[in-house]
Ligand binder design. Structure first.
Ligand code: NAG
Ligand code: NAG
Ligand code: NAG
Ligand code: NAG
Ligand code: NAG
Ligand code: NAG
Ligand code: NAG
Ligand code: NAG
Length: 606
C-alpha cells in the first residue's frame, strides 16, 4: 500500500525532472515514470521520453526488464522504422507505440518488476531510465456472514458477531467493521484476520469480529468494509448490512383480555394474551385463582409455544383473577402478571302476570319482566312475529279476547355489552265460555232442498259443537275458530222449527238458532214490502201536502224545526223507508250482514 502512495509521489517528481532536463539541455537525458500501476488483466503503458543535444537523432531504443537474478533481459530493439522483438515471454504481449512507449497487454502478477528504457544516440552516447511496474487487483465486494447460532447477552466470553471475506485482490486490502454505520474501534482480541494467497497470486482476506452484545443490538445492523489504494487514492467497498440474532431474557410481561373484559359476555370465546419482551419467548403458564391462594393450572388450554390462553364459551364462573407466569430457560428467571376477567351475563329472566293466567275474556293483565345482571338492563316486549310492541319492564294488555295474540316475549338487553341479551316467553291464556261468531241465519231454502247449516264459534278450552237435527256434520278449524257444516235435507218440520247450534266447553254453553225461511213465503213478503213502501210514500206525500197547506194558511206557527222538516223532505222519506223495512223484516236486515250472503241475490230477483 505504501508503494502506491510512493508511486504517486514519484510520478510527480518525474514530471518535474522532465522540465529540468529540457531546461538543462546539455547531455542525453532519458526519462520514464518511476512507477506505473496496471490492473491485472489490463494493459500497462510505460512512456519513454528523451532529450538528445545538438539536434542529434537516436540510433536505437532498447526495452529491458530486470529479472529475479537482477540481470537484464532485452524485450525489443527499436530503430528508425523498425521494431525487433526479442524472443521472450513478452513477445506476444508487447507493442511499441509511435511515441516509443512500451505497452504490455494482459498484465499478470509476474509483470510486477522493473523495466528499463535505453536510448542510444551515436555521439551523444547512451542513456536509460527505470520504471517499476506495479500490478493491482480491485477486491470483490466483501461478503458478510452473521453468527448463525444467535448470541446471548449473557454469554460469558466475547461472542463472534460476524465474518467478513474479501476475495481475489492484490495487494491484500484492509477490512474495517461498522455497527449502524459507525466504524467500530476494536481491540486486538476482537478481530481475527487471516490472509490466504490464491494460486492466481491474489489474496483472499477474512476478518472475524467479536464483540459483546446488549438487548438493543437486536436492531443493530453490522457491515464490513474493504479498503484499498488505487492510483494514489483510497477506495472502499462495503458489504451488505446484516442483523444478528440476540438472545435476552424477558424484562416485562403484558397480559391482556381480548376482547376487553367490559365487552365479554357469556358464551364468548375469550383469549388471554401474555406477551414477554424476551428472545426467545419464555415458557408461559396460566393459572386461575379459585379460592384464596388456590391456583388452578390452565396451561393445558394454552396454544403451544405461545402466550395465548383460549377460553371457549365462557360463563359467569369463568370470571376471576388470572395469572400469566413465564420461565426463562436461559437464566431460569420467573416473571408474572395478573388480569381480572369479568364475564357479563343476564340470568333469572322472569315474567310475572297480574292477575295470573288464565284470565277471562274482556279482562286486562299486567306483565312484569325482571332479570339479574351485573350491568344495567333495558327491557322490550315483542309479539309472536318478533315485532316490538312496548318498551320498559311492564306490558299492559286490556280487553283480552280469545283472538288477541297471546304469546309475548320479554327481551332483556344490556346496552353496554353488545350482543348480551336474553328473552323469556310468556303466554297469556284467555279462558271463557264459547262465543258464536257466525251462524247461517236466516237461511232461505226450498223444501226438500239439501242445504248446509253453518255455525262458527271460538273458545278456550276448545269447545264442542252440536246440532239438534240429524244430518251429516263436517267440522273444521278456521284460524282459531271451530266451525261445523251440517248437510241436511229441508223437511217440513225443519223448515218450521229451524235448527239449533250448541257450543259448549267446561266454562259454559252458547246456543244460536238458525231460522229457515221458505223462499216462496219470502217472495210474498217482498210483495208486502213493496206495497208498504208505496203506501208509506203516499202517506208522506199527503201528510206533506196537508202540512204545507196549513202552513200557508198560517195555522201552524213558523218554527225553525218545522221549516227544516219541510225543506228537506227527502231525508225524512229515507228514514221512514229504512224504519219500515227493519220493522217488518228484521231477517232481511240480518241477511245484509249474515254469513249466508248468497241468498240475497235470490231475494232481489223476486
Ligand atoms: C536543429 O535543426 C533544426 C532544423 O532541423 C534547425 O532549425 C536548428 O537550428 C538546429 N539547432 C541546432 C542547435 O543545431
Ligand atoms: C491498511 O492498514 C495499514 C496499517 O494500518 C495502513 O498503513 C494502510 O494505509 C491501510 N490501507 C488502507 C487502504 O487503508
Ligand atoms: C361454566 O362452564 C364450565 C366449563 O366451561 C362448566 O363446567 C360450568 O358448569 C359452567 N357453569 C355454568 C353456571 O354454566
Ligand atoms: C273490547 O273489545 C270489544 C270487541 O273487540 C269492543 O267492542 C269493546 O269496546 C272493547 N272494550 C274496551 C274497553 O276496549
Ligand atoms: C303460543 O305459545 C305456545 C307455547 O308456548 C304454543 O303452543 C302456541 O301455539 C303459541 N300460540 C301461537 C298463536 O303461536
Ligand atoms: C260449509 O258450507 C258453506 C255453505 O254451504 C260453504 O260455503 C263452505 O264452503 C262449507 N265449508 C266447508 C269446509 O266445506
Ligand atoms: C256443504 O258442506 C260440505 C261439507 O262441509 C261441502 O263439501 C259442500 O260443498 C257444501 N255445499 C255447499 C253447497 O256449499
Ligand atoms: C235422528 O235420527 C235418529 C235415528 O236415526 C232418530 O231416532 C231421531 O229421532 C232423529 N232425530 C231427529 C230430531 O230427527
Amino acid at each position: 500500500m505504501a508503494g502506491g502512495r510512493r508511486a504517486a509521489g514519484l510520478a510527480l517528481s518525474w514530471g518535474c525532472c522532465l522540465l529540468l532536463c529540457c531546461a538543462a539541455a546539455s547531455r542525453l537525458e532519458v526519462s520514464t515514470p518511476a512507477v506505473v500501476e496496471a490492473e491485472i488483466g489490463g494493459t500497462a503503458r510505460i512512456e519513454c521520453s528523451f532529450y538528445i543535444p545538438d539536434n542529434d537523432s537516436y540510433t536505437y531504443i532498447d526495452w529491458f526488464y530486470v529479472d529475479r537474478t537482477n540481470s537484464r533481459v532485452r524485450l525489443c530493439h527499436v530503430t528508425e522504422g523498425e521494431v525487433l522483438k526479442d524472443d521472450t515471454d513478452y513477445k506476444e504481449r508487447l507493442s511499441v507505440g509511435e511515441d516509443k512507449a512500451l505497452s504490455i497487454s494482459k498484465v499478470a502478477m509476474q509483470d510486477a518488476r522493473t523495466f528499463v528504457c535505453q536510448v542510444g544516440a551515436g555521439s551523444s552516447g547512451v542513456g536509460e531510465s527505470h520504471t517499476e511496474l506495479h500490478v493491482y487487483k480491485v477486491p470483490e465486494t466483501p461478503e458478510i456472514d452473521p453468527n448463525p447460532a444467535g448470541i446471548s447477552v449473557q454469554s460469558s466470553d466475547i461472542p463472534q458477531i460476524a465474518r467478513c471475506v474479501s476475495r481475489n485482490s492484490f495487494p491484500a486490502p484492509n477490512i474495517t467493521w461498522h455497527k449502524n454505520g459507525e466504524q467500530l474501534q476494536l481491540q486486538e482480541n476482537q478481530v481475527k484476520y487471516t490472509r490466504t494467497r490464491e494460486s492466481s497470486g491474489l489474496y483472499t482476506v477474512t476478518s472475524t469480529m467479536f464483540a459483546p452484545v446488549t438487548r438493543e443490538d437486536r436492531d443493530s445492523r453490522y457491515h464490513c468494509t474493504v479498503h484499498f489504494w488505487l492510483r494514489g487514492q483510497r477506495h472502499a467497498l462495503e458489504s451488505r448490512k446484516v442483523k444478528i440474532t440476540v438472545f435476552y431474557p424477558s424484562e416485562h410481561l403484558k397480559l391482556q383480555v381480548m376482547p376487553p373484559s367490559s365487552l365479554v359476555k357469556e358464551g364468548d370465546n375469550v383469549k388471554l394474551v401474555c406477551e414477554a419482551d424476551g428472545n426467545p419467548p419464555p415458557v408461559f403458564n396460566f393459572y386461575k385463582r379459585e379460592l384464596e391462594d388456590d391456583w388452578q393450572d390452565l396451561s393445558w388450554l394454552t396454544e403451544p409455544d405461545s402466550g395465548v390462553l383460549n377460553l371457549y364459551g365462557v360463563n359467569k364462573s369463568s370470571s376471576g383473577l388470572y395469572i400469566c407466569q413465564t420461565l426463562d430457560l436461559d437464566d431460569m428467571t420467573q416473571l408474572e402478571k395478573e388480569v381480572e376477567l369479568v364475564v357479563n351475563y343476564i340470568e333469572e329472566v322472569r315474567v310475572e302476570m297480574e292477575p295470573s293466567s288464565p284470565v277471562k275474556e274482556g279482562s286486562s293483565v299486567t306483565l312484569s319482566c325482571d332479570a339479574h345482571s351485573p350491568v344495567a338492563l333495558d327491557y322490550q316486549w315483542r309479539d309472536e312475529k318478533g315485532q316490538k310492541v312496548a318498551e320498559g319492564n311492564q306490558l299492559f294488555l286490556t280487553n283480552l279476547t280469545f283472538e288477541t295474540p297471546n304469546n309475548f316475549s320479554c327481551k332483556v338487553v344490556a346496552p353496554s355489552v353488545p350482543g348480551l341479551e336474553q328473552s323469556k316467553e310468556v303466554s297469556v291464556a284467555v279462558h271463557g265460555k264459547p262465543r258464536i261468531v257466525a251462524i247461517s241465519s236466516p237461511l232461505y231454502v226450498r223444501q226438500d232442498e239439501v242445504v248446509n247449516l253453518t255455525c262458527k264459534a271460538i273458545a278456550v278450552p276448545r269447545p264442542s259443537l252440536h246440532w239438534n237435527v240429524n244430518g251429516t256434520a263436517h267440522e273444521y278449524i278456521e284460524d282459531q275458530h271451530i266451525a261445523s257444516n251440517l248437510t241436511v235435507r229441508v223437511s217440513h218440520d225443519l223448515l218450521k222449527a229451524g235448527a239449533m247450534c250448541r257450543v259448549s266447553n267446561d266454562l259454559g254453553v252458547s246456543e244460536k238458532h238458525i231460522q229457515l225461511l221458505d223462499q216462496r213465503t219470502t217472495a210474498e213478503s217482498q210483495g208486502v214490502i213493496i206495497v208498504a213502501i208505496i203506501v208509506a210514500i203516499l202517506v208522506v206525500a199527503v201528510l206533506g201536502a196537508v202540512i204545507y197547506f196549513l202552513h200557508k194558511k198560517g195555522k201552524i206557527p213558523c218554527g225553525r224545526a218545522g221549516k227544516q222538516d219541510i225543506t228537506r223532505p227527502e231525508a225524512r222519506k229515507d228514514k221512514i223507508v229504512v224504519e219500515v223495512k227493519s220493522d217488518k223484516l228484521p231477517e232481511e236486515a240480518g241477511l245484509l250482514q249474515g254469513a249466508n250472503g248468497e241468498k240475497r241475490p235470490n231475494a232481489d230477483q223476486i
